[in-house]
Design a protein around this ligand. Structure first.
Ligand SMILES: [Fe+2]
Length: 308
């Protein structure tokens, strides 16, 4: 197979992990992401793992982003609904289930490791298929993320990864699984954001915990969302976990920006111990299905009377 990453500059290498960046790839070439092949992929992918969401139009109202299900619709019907409606699909960890993607993920990370000079772990390759004008609200991810654009174009806003834009308590809430990844957004934040028009053949990377939001342009979008961690990223996530427990259980007010490397390692060990003893479990919430994809409904979404 030819190279996946086709352009990675010295500037990219300097910026990686510290500042947002874009580089070029070749994955959008060919017909792997045609409607027909996407429908086939949806048939092969375990239906109970398929992440299905819808959302409202107002980009401040993140609570409209809710999970649903595709029932037993065929892959072709689901693609039709995504094209007509307001749906966002996430085929998480497709590399665990579909051989083609297992190989793609291996090659991708060989190249990523070699270009960045960092070792990556826990690679999770997700295929995102989303409706024209769909949006992903202001949020942050605990792992590191690479977003590869394959079909359609989208606008990505990336905000600074400081506590003004991502308060520690919010990050802790996400690590402790109290909440999903969205949280309060102020439109004034946009003045501090880097805006990227992501086109097929481009991929983007940003620092860990940097909040971001995304709006599709008026066409079906297909992207790969690739999550992974490095040793440094694991340490940072474990520190947020421990800080979250300290704040909630012992009323302390830890700050991530004050943490030295020694304190990082101590907190990482504490987080591991907490997870082993399962005492962190009380912070976990459950998420339920709010709607079913229905081609006859507005936005192809039929809400249940009560979440199931
Ligand atoms: Fe994200």
């Amino acid at each position: 197979m030819s190279s996946i990453i086709t352009e990675w500059s010295q500037q990219n290498k300097d910026d990686y992990g510290k500042r947002p960046l874009t580089a070029l790839h070749s994955l959008h070439q060919g017909d792997k992401y045609s409607d027909e092949n996407l429908a086939k992929l949806l048939e092969e992918y375990p239906r109970n793992k398929l992440g299905v969401y819808t959302m409202g139009q107002d980009h401040e109202n993140w609570k409209t982003f809710v999970p649903g299900d595709a029932g037993d619709l065929s892959g072709e019907e689901i693609i039709e609904a995504v094209k007509k409606g307001r749906i966002w699909l996430n085929l998480r960890a497709v590399n665990d289930d579909i051989d083609d993607y297992t190989q793609l993920c291996e090659q991708m990370f060989q190249e990523v490791d070699s270009y960045t000079g960092c070792s990556t772990y826990k690679q999770d390759l997700g295929v995102l298929i989303s409706s024209p004008n769909a949006q992903v609200f202001y949020h942050l991810d605990i792992p590191l993320v690479l977003l590869w654009q394959l079909r359609g174009t989208k606008k990505v806003w990336i905000y600074p990864n400081s506590s003004d834009f991502a308060p520690d308590e919010n990050i802790e809430g996400i690590v402790l699984k109290e909440t999903e990844e969205e949280f309060e957004y102020n439109p004034d934040f946009d003045r501090h954001a880097l805006e990227i028009e992501l086109e097929p053949g481009m991929f983007a990377s940003w620092p860990q915990f940097a909040p971001h939001r995304i709006e599709n342009h008026d066409m079906l979008n297909v992207s790969l969302s690739v999550e992974y961690v490095t040793m440094q990223a694991i340490l940072q996530a474990n520190m947020m976990y421990t800080n979250g427990v300290l704040r909630r259980r012992f009323g302390s007010t830890p700050l991530r920006e004050n943490s030295s490397l020694v304190s990082l390692w101590v907190k990482a060990a504490f987080a591991r111990a907490l997870k082993l003893t399962r005492s962190g479990q009380q912070y976990q919430n459950k998420f339920r299905s709010h709607f079913k994809i229905d081609l006859s409904e507005k936005d192809c979404v039929r809400f249940y009377d009560k979440p199931q």
